[in-house]
Design a protein around this ligand. Structure first.
Ligand code: PGA
Length: 249
């Protein structure tokens, strides 16, 4: 089955290093049947355009400003990344929520700005360990989805991917178990059904992120109800990431 494989570079690599990466990755994944999205830093998007245009690799940014343009020194707008050929943007990554104090309200605004510009949104949601241990993870995720997708029209959901990324699993080597991921994928669909419709719930793309790597990807990507995976650390190794992106699931 075709999967969506997303690589999030975070703040790693320089544009000059990314050139080699992009060239190698494009060659190695030429015959992949999966959908592939690479999200490097903003500074690499020109390189992505150079090497991914005409391939089946899509690319995107890891954030955008909630405002479309104007006096926002240091910010980058949705139509700027689109102009460089980006078709995706990650919004609401837990590192932005925690380290840059992004609220659900701000995330909601960023999603609307991205959709209005014609970008596809990878919305990250995920609970911390305390919430999981308190057995409130499902409730927490439902509320995040409710808040983050407020005011979004059902027909815009075609352009929304929900990435379930438990905070305690990101960059820690601790992956969520398959049963919990399947349960959360179902919870996400239940919440989409509650907010939108049954049709929207079955159509929405749900991926998992958090310590997916070359040794566990096969097992994780066969989880019921899961459409793909988002990888941070693992996408930096071009050989391994190409293997994951090329796999027949
Ligand atoms: P990781 O990161 O794969 O290194 O855990 C995932 C992410 O933060 O998107």
């Amino acid at each position: 089955m075709k999967k969506l494989i997303i690589g999030n570079f975070k703040m790693n690599t320089k544009p000059s290093e990314f050139k080699n990466y992009a060239m190698t990755f494009a060659t190695k994944t030429k015959n992949s049947k999966n959908d592939i999205v690479i999200c490097p830093p903003y500074t690499h998007l020109g390189v992505a355009k150079e090497f991914f245009a005409g391939t089946k690799i899509a690319y995107g940014a890891q954030n955008i400003c909630e405002e479309p343009k104007g006096s926002f020194t240091g910010e980058v707008g949705a139509d700027m990344i689109k102009d460089l050929g980006a078709t995706y943007v990650i919004i609401g990554h837990s590192e932005r929520r925690a380290k840059f104090k992004e609220s659900d309200k701000l995330i909601n605004k960023k999603i609307k700005t991205a959709l209005a510009c014609g970008l596809k949104v990878i919305l990250c949601v995920g609970e911390n360990l305390q919430t999981r241990n308190a057995k409130q993870a499902c409730q927490f995720i439902r509320k995040q989805i409710d808040d983050d997708l407020k005011g979004i029209y059902e027909n815009e959901l075609d352009s929304v991917i929900v990435a379930y990324e438990p905070i305690w699993a990101i960059g820690t080597g601790h992956v969520a178990n398959k049963r919990d991921i399947a349960k959360m994928a179902q919870t996400i669909r239940d919440e989409i059904e509650h907010q939108f419709s049954k049709k929207a719930a079955s159509a929405i793309t749900v991926v998992y992120g958090g310590s997916v790597n070359i040794s566990n990807y096969k097992n994780l990507l066969t989880t019921e109800g899961l459409d793909g995976a988002l990888m941070g650390g693992a996408c930096l190794d071009v050989d391994n990431f190409a293997i994951i992106a090329k796999e027949n699931y």
